[in-house]
Design a protein. Structure first.
Length: 231
């Protein structure tokens, strides 16, 4: 069979993932808010891939907590206002070459609203339909096998310990199930914003498996936490 493939060397391999806004607390108790899209979930665990020179991983390492906020596609303009900003001062050389600037008031410039979380000091983003309070479970450096690349980025495994969902994205009559026909995540693919199509592409055999069968003990662990709002 004849193939249309060619051997290629794209500079990045961002084939499309949801955009997330990571909120953390700075040393002076102010808030940092960073857009990113190197993120995935398994159960109630979340993995972030972050530039080690950025403020978010520094805050994560220091405080051990954050909130992963997921914007819908109608918040694209607000998310875009955070582009090319960093909470690190002075701006790291690698970011300065790409046009980044230091910005302390991330929530204000984006037109977003911080609200108190229940289990962490980092704030939730009011305008995001999905808000995941999380604590740091593990950290690993990328490219540990290469002396020149080692330390440029890290992966952070988070344990989710409180989930907040806007009622408008839930299945009618359900409290614990998101309706994928209502949830419109903002997607980034090769540095451009996209949205999902409005209807399912094809019936999925995986949907025949009850969601409850994927439940892990992390859910019970999170339930045992007291609802104490952070100051």
């Amino acid at each position: 069979m004849r193939t249309t493939h060619v051997t290629s060397e794209p500079a990045i391999l961002y084939f499309g993932t949801p955009v997330a806004l990571i909120s953390t607390v700075n040393e002076d108790s102010s808030y940092n808010l960073a857009p990113m899209s190197s993120v995935f979930w398994l159960g109630w665990r979340c993995v972030l891939g972050l530039d080690a020179s950025s403020k978010t991983p520094q805050n994560l390492i220091r405080t051990g907590e954050c909130v992963v906020n997921l914007p819908s596609d109608n918040s694209v303009a607000r998310v875009n206002r955070l582009a090319l900003t960093t909470g690190t001062n002075p701006v790291p050389p690698r970011k300065a070459k790409r046009g980044y600037r230091y910005e302390r008031n991330k929530f204000e410039i984006a037109g977003l609203t911080p609200v108190r979380s229940q289990t962490v000091a980092a704030p939730r983003v009011l305008e995001c339909p999905v808000q995941l309070e999380a604590v740091l479970a593990a950290r690993n450096d990328l490219a540990a096998d290469d002396d020149k690349l080692r330390g440029f980025a890290s992966t952070f495994e988070l344990r989710i310990q409180r989930v907040h969902l806007d009622r408008t994205i839930l299945i009618d009559g359900e409290r614990n199930r998101v309706d994928p026909d209502k949830w419109r995540p903002l997607i980034m693919s090769f540095q451009k914003f996209y949205a999902l199509r409005p209807d399912p592409l094809h019936p999925s055999r995986l949907s025949e498996i009850p969601e409850s069968s994927y439940r892990t003990l992390d859910v019970d662990r999170a339930r045992a936490l007291s609802h104490v709002a952070a100051e």
